[in-house]
Design a protein around this ligand. Sequence first.
Ligand SMILES: Nc1ncnc2c1ncn2[C@@H]1O[C@H](COP(=O)(O)OP(=O)(O)OP(=O)(O)O)[C@@H](O)[C@H]1O
Length: 566
Amino acid sequence: MWMKYLKPYRKEAVMGFFFKLIEAFFELIVPIVVADIIDYGILHQDQQYILQRGLLLLALALLGYACALVCQYFASKTSQGFGTYLRNDMFKAIHAYDYEDIDEIGIPSLMTRITNDTNQLQLAVAMTIRLASRSPFLILGSLVMAFRISVPIALIFICAAPLLALAIYGVMSKSLPLYLKIQKQLDHVSLICRENLAGIRVIRAFSKQKQEKERFQQATQKQKDMQIQVGKLSALLNPSTSVIVNCAILVILYAGGLQVNAGYLTQGEVIALINYMNQILLSMFAFANVIVIYNKATACYKRVQEVLAIQPAIQDGKCLIDNQEGPLVTFDHVSFSYQGSHALHDISFSIHQGETIGIIGGTGSGKSTLIHLIPRFYEATQGQIYIKNRPIQDYSLFSLRQMIGLVPQQATLFTGTIKENICLAKENASDDEVKQALHLAQASFVDEWKDGIYSHITQGGHNLSGGQKQRLTIARALVRNPELLILDDSASALDFATDAALRKAIATLPQTTIIVSQRVSAIMHADKILVLSHGELVGMGKHDELMKTCEIYQQIVTSQMSKEVA
Ligand SMILES: Nc1ncnc2c1ncn2[C@@H]1O[C@H](COP(=O)(O)OP(=O)(O)OP(=O)(O)O)[C@@H](O)[C@H]1O
């Protein structure tokens, strides 16, 4: 997977790698130049030489800095490009998901995966370019340089380097699992945060601020404790490695001193060896950091891969909806379960063109599930659904969904103007068409606003009342003149008068309509009423027929209509 997303940026990645190696190469030369200054410039009091070498050091530093900048540029370009490409692909994959897949992973998890997890992978890419090449190069380079200066002293390096690696490994192996736990705890903290921000009105309405603050405090406290624990462990790293490095430097000084006295080494070379020792230590630290990032990235990689691996089970058909005769929708012994739990059982009915169908039933009886099968948000587990006498799977999803104007139970609006929200259903709807749809949906309140249909809707439609939001979503479904209008309990926030006016307006339209409602008054005049109970179709017919034949319908009517009708 990595390679697919890195492929378009491979030139940049190679360039970044290359410039980082040049920078490391300059770093390796510095101790030699310093040694020259000590051995020749200071020994012979040659100020000209010291100045020249000093300028060379400055030039090396500037060149190194320039290379680091160029590498940073290419690393950022590669990692940002990689992240963007990956995120776009994930977004595309999520949009193709069936509802079932979305239910399974969950929206908060999808959000974390597309934001945090991809960021972590992006960081791993950048760090691979910036550090993964530099650190091993510097460690090996320093060893080679040490061997070039003095083989016996280089043997001290050979002993010290594995000890250093061991000390770093010891601390890392203990702290890495903690880093992963911290990452999970961070997910938990952000989940509480998101839940609280999204549900702030509910929390205030039930005066649950204190409990929520405590819940948040507990989560952040746990995270703090874990951070301190990992901090304590990491704090061991410095003293332990310093002891090893300083012991090694002591031995280098002692053995180097003997070699200087014997005339095998110069003072400058001893200083260079000490510098190389320090470089090995710093490079090992940097490499350990890369390993931490890789470990975090591995966990994220799995989560990202899961998102990309899901293949939608619902396949697109090829046919377009035409003007064929026959019932618009037919359910033939349809059953449906959510991951094994039954929601609909053996449902059969037909809806003819131009009819108004009412669906009623208790909470959780399967009303929404039933209508979600018509646009193929979910696929029937058993039985067959036909649209105009053709199996629903034959139709292209686009054509099928274009035919339907669905007003979901929860009114969802997007940031933008009212017109932009309405035009979601019909891209090029004119102002007049939008106004007409608003008028039909009893949303004429928009006319009274200063900016009319160009009034702004804030995120989630928070500047509108529940009833206003519902009417706008109804207008959105109406603007495209759908062949089949489905209202899923979408007038629940309207007062009785507005609800009645809305039904009257809709009844003047030629399209087929399905009204799902808990209110008998909303469906009692329908051409056919379906009564659902525990996922079963327990009654079907007109109001008067059901009053005689369906006990559950009678119960619903008596519980609701005693005051209104009787
Ligand atoms: N996404 C889902 N995953 C798992 N189970 C679900 C899901 N949606 C609904 N259910 C279950 O399926 C059953 C039918 O739910 P459905 O939403 O269709 O009922 P409903 O009649 O529309 O209820 P309401 O009138 O309260 O909206 C319920 O038992 C519910 O718990």
